[in-house]
Design a protein around this ligand. Structure first.
Ligand code: IMP
Ligand code: MG
Length: 174
């Protein structure tokens, strides 16, 4: 018996590319003279980060942080831990967090609090997707790709049980 879920296309690679182009233009306007520190949240943001920064033609630094994740469960536990931390100093830097998705908001809000305590010069959030219907804690998204409805999505870095991260388009799971 197969229990592989069915995939339905939600965002094509062309739609994603247009959104990333638009976000890169916005980020460029605000950060081109600031030598920002972009912090990607592993693992889901790696593809988005790679596409975003190759469109940013000014000096910047890239870091990744890994937080405890959902595992096979589709619900956030709300208990978040830093599993792999940062090497760059955050103090006095202009920091831009790069997220794949803001769902309940628990992960992102934990991370923003965690970074704020390190006293950055500024701290903003860039998220490819937002699922506002599931929000449990308010999060301000400064640069947003797509607002999506309450579906579990995979592809373009996003996984279900570690699968489907490699898909170039974004799909909903049935
Ligand atoms: P939150 O803490 O509920 O906002 O969820 C944050 C993390 O849960 C994201 O960074 C993703 O890793 C994961 N996540 C939430 N929704 C989805 C989804 O629809 N597909 C894949 N991962 C998701
Ligand atoms: Mg994530």
């Amino acid at each position: 018996m197969s229990c592989e879920p069915k995939l339905h296309i939600l965002l094509t690679r062309q739609q994603i590319e247009e959104a990333v182009n638009r976000l890169a233009a916005e980020v460029r306007g605000d950060y081109q003279l600031k030598y920002p520190l972009l912090i990607g949240v592993l693992k889901g943001s790696f593809m988005f980060m790679a596409d975003l920064i190759r469109r940013l033609d000014f000096p910047l630094e890239v870091e990744f942080i890994r937080l405890s994740s959902y595992g096979q469960n589709r619900q956030s536990s709300g208990r978040i831990k830093v599993v792999q931390g940062l090497r760059s100093k955050v103090k006095d830097r202009d920091v831009l967090v790069v997220e794949d998705i803001v769902d309940t908001g628990l992960t992102t809000s934990f991370l923003l609090d965690y970074l704020q305590k390190k006293k950055p010069a500024s701290l903003k959030l860039c998220a490819l997707t937002d699922k506002p219907s599931r929000r449990q804690i308010s999060v301000t998204i400064d640069y947003l790709g797509f607002t999506i409805s309450n579906n579990f999505i995979v592809g373009y870095g996003l996984d279900w049980d570690e699968k489907f991260r490699n898909l170039p388009d974004i799909y909903t799971l049935e």
